[in-house]
Design a protein around this ligand. Structure first.
Ligand code: DSN
Length: 413
């Protein structure tokens, strides 16, 4: 891409931007939470909306000069409500963590009990991990998955009856199976708990109608906008009308100041893209690609966790199947031009800095245009790298092949 003005004004930053562009073009992005936005989204991000303060909401702001910020935020709100069939939306959270914090703040009092998924079983840090602020404010109790990767809803109900949560939280960042939303919500109803779903990872697959929509089952649904949804880096909240005021107050002024209007403009563009028929094809292909990756790696001996995948990612126990730590697997793939992340496995005996596995996702390479044929080749490269013992020659040769394939599927033409 051309950045002539930046090049002249700040060579050091220009070089970093160009380096990152080259890294993205020449390598395979397989971190499950990453994707490539369209040029239109990129353009919206780099607009004069970044100059504007807009505390408040459309029609009721604290500063003047809001005629165009109101237009763009209203576009984002209308589109995202249509996309997910939501009664109310807030597109101001700066991130998924901010969205979750505001979700809790809207409906909980300090000390209230929340039932959320354990981190090593696929839950997110912000779902109550002791190192986070929410865990210092609220009392999180964690539920786990079963050995076959499913959630045992009878066990969950028993636990809910025991701990009497005020909120039952569904959602994950490294769980690969579908949650039964109706069953989950029914349990919450039985114990008188409110419900929240963090759909950050699968928002795009839901928007593209490839996965069921949690919105009708949950009081509050939070998400990021940059994962499978393929928008700019940021967060959002959807909720039932009855929680609308509380959510808006919890985002601003509760947990945030001025919204980032350039990001909100880009969110509006991304939501518009997700409403188009092509996005359904993308979501469907993402699921297909993940399934092919699972099958191809299983064939080669990889231990896939949670009994396989029903979404866009897989988690592999690399210690069990390849005798290598997750961090070596991540490093070797990096050297081969494939970016993934090391990941804990359920109740990981090795801990988060040196975990037993890796998480691999296909949203970005699906955006790039990869289909079943290419995924089979990619699975071969991954398996070869895992068996390479870190041999630099083998990894360099895979990297060369990766580069050739990437050239055939440019991200930005
Ligand atoms: N960091 C994100 C992920 O990789 O899943 C979640 O916040």
């Amino acid at each position: 891409m051309k950045h002539d003005i930046l090049k002249k004004a700040d060579k050091a930053v220009y070089e970093a931007v160009s380096g990152e562009e080259k890294r993205q073009e020449e390598g395979l992005e397989m971190i499950a939470s990453e994707n490539y936005v369209s040029k239109a989204v990129l353009e919206a991000l780099g607009t004069v909306f970044t100059n504007k303060y807009s505390e408040g909401y459309p029609g009721r702001r604290y500063y003047g000069g809001q005629e165009w910020t109101d237009v763009v935020e209203t576009l984002a709100l209308d589109r995202v409500k249509k996309l997910f069939g939501a009664e109310h939306a807030n597109v101001q959270p700066h991130s998924g963590a901010q969205a979750n914090l505001a979700g809790y703040a809207a409906i909980l009092e300090p000390g209230d009990t929340v039932l959320g998924m354990d981190l090593s079983h696929g839950g997110h840090l912000t779902h109550g991990h002791p190192v986070t602020l929410p865990a210092k404010i609220y009392n999180f109790v964690r539920y786990k998955t079963e050995a076959d990767g499913t959630i045992d809803y009878e066990k969950l109900e028993k636990l809910a009856k025991e701990v009497k949560p005020k909120l039952m939280l569904a959602g994950f960042s490294s769980y690969t199976r579908q949650i039964d939303y109706a069953k989950f919500a029914a349990i919450a109803k039985k114990v008188g708990a409110m419900t929240m779903m963090d759909m950050a990872h699968i928002a795009g697959l839901i928007a593209g109608k490839a996965l069921p929509n949690p919105v009708e089952h949950f009081d509050i649904v939070t998400a990021t906008t940059h994962k499978t949804l393929r928008g700019p880096r940021g967060g959002m909240i959807l909720c039932r009308e009855v929680y609308a005021k509380a959510i808006d107050k919890a985002v601003f002024p509760g947990t945030q100041g001025g919204p980032q209007m350039h990001t909100i403009a880009a969110k509006a563009v991304a939501f518009g893209e997700a409403l188009k028929p092509d996005f359904k094809k993308y979501a469907k292909q993402t699921l297909k690609n993940a399934k092919v990756l699972e099958k191809e790696l299983t064939k080669r001996g990889a231990a896939i966790l949670f009994g396989g995948t029903e979404n866009h990612m897989i988690v592999v126990d690399t210690v069990k199947s390849y005798g290598i730590a997750g961090k070596d697997a991540e490093k070797w793939l990096d050297e081969a031009g494939i970016t993934i992340n090391k990941n804990v496995i359920p109740d990981d005996p090795r801990g988060p800095l040196d975990p037993s596995g890796v998480r691999i996702g296909v949203p970005a390479i699906t955006t790039r245009g990869f289909k079943e044929t290419e995924i089979k080749v990619v699975a071969g490269w991954i398996d070869e790298a895992f068996r390479s013992s870190g041999n630099a020659k083998i990894l360099a040769s895979i990297r060369k092949e990766v580069k050739v394939m990437c050239k055939k599927f440019p991200i930005y033409r």
